[in-house]
Design a protein around this ligand. Structure first.
Ligand SMILES: [Fe+2]
Length: 339
């Protein structure tokens, strides 16, 4: 059996991520952790039973139809901006209180999902991100093409395994159905890569230090070091996880199949400061998203823009409020706030 080791990293002054620790997977586990340690990503098959995954997918179709804009799951020619809430070219829907819809919370609290992160971090005291859902429809010409944007979701100046990202896949997702593509083994080359490029390049604009975009020469470096890009395929209910250092992006569907997924990222409560938890509580109470960072490093907005102005269909709360069980409430971080 392997063991979890933790080590406190040097705190960065002015960093909201100051409390984050390093995690290490060591040894042979005989499960998905071996894939994760070796490849930087893994697929946990059937994290959610197929019948429930199908039910979540149906709820997600209903969610889109219930905006009342004319989208019809049985006629995908209606999958255009005028008939849908605002979904960007990468398939992400981030406003409308979506991060707190009941189905989003139900997925986040699925035992088969949370136990994966509990195993990796070695604790049941976790926070979950209030993140987006992905609704990718094939053959959309009404939004810009989804160009590759290979990136890692981790500050190059804070190396090591610090964050495990995840998504729950909810529709059959084959090689041509769009979805996650990862640079296999790229996490193990991350430090060497950034040592080679530090100070020698103009970085792609980033809205947070916890993001790094790979340019052409960086992609060549990865290729020259023997890595390959792998499109991760999955069935409904499979959980895809990846180390935040692993370069990744998503592809559009080139088949006739849509792609639905929900992003689920967790981190130990002990990695968050009290300030983080208070900020996270405010995001929860305002039904805001927090990107994939479970410590609410960033809070979003529920104001989607349509044609450059606030969408008249904006909502400031979910259509169906979540009903949190004890686990769900703990995942908000609120019970860990000291009076
Ligand atoms: Fe990412």
């Amino acid at each position: 059996m392997g063991s979890i080791q933790t080590e406190t990293i040097v705190d960065q002054p002015n960093s909201k991520a100051a409390g984050l620790k390093l995690y290490a997977l060591q040894g042979s586990y005989g499960d998905f952790r071996d894939d994760l340690a070796r490849d930087g990503y893994a697929v946990v098959k059937g994290a959610i039973p197929k019948d429930r995954a199908d039910s979540y997918a149906s709820t997600m179709f209903s969610y889109l139809e219930d905006f009342g804009l004319g989208f019809d799951r049985n006629d995908l020619s209606t999958a255009t901006e005028e008939h849908l809430p605002i979904i960007n070219e990468k398939g992400m829907c981030m406003n409308y209180g979506l991060a707190h819809e009941k189905f989003m919370w139900d997925i986040r609290t699925e035992a088969g999902v949370t136990e994966v992160f509990e195993k990796v971090y070695g604790t049941e005291d976790l926070l979950v991100s209030f993140d987006a859902a992905n609704f990718t429809f094939p053959n959309r010409t009404d939004i810009p093409p989804n160009k590759p944007w290979p990136h890692q979701d981790q500050d190059p100046e804070k190396p090591g395994f610090r964050c495990l990202q995840g998504l729950v896949n909810l529709l059959p997702n084959g090689p041509n159905d769009g979805g996650l593509i990862v640079c296999k083994g790229g996490h193990l080359l991350s430090e060497e890569f950034h040592d080679a490029f530090r100070g020698k390049e103009t970085r792609i604009h980033q809205w947070t230090n916890e993001w790094y975009g790979f340019k052409e020469d960086g992609m060549k470096w990865l290729k020259d070091h023997g890595t390959e890009w792998v499109k991760v395929c999955a069935e409904p209910g499979d959980l895809l996880i990846w180390d935040s250092r692993t370069p990744h992006y998503n592809l559009s569907s080139t088949s006739s199949s849509p792609r639905f997924c929900v992003y689920t990222c967790y981190m130990p409560v002990s990695d968050a400061t009290q300030e983080d938890l208070i900020r996270k509580k405010a995001a929860f109470e305002a039904f805001l998203g927090t990107t994939h960072w479970p410590n609410a490093m960033h809070s979003g907005s529920n104001v989607a823009k349509r044609n450059g102005v606030p969408d008249p269909h904006n909502r400031d709360r979910p259509e169906t409020l979540p009903v949190l069980n004890e686990k769900g409430f703990k995942l908000t971080g609120i019970p860990y706030i000291k009076a």
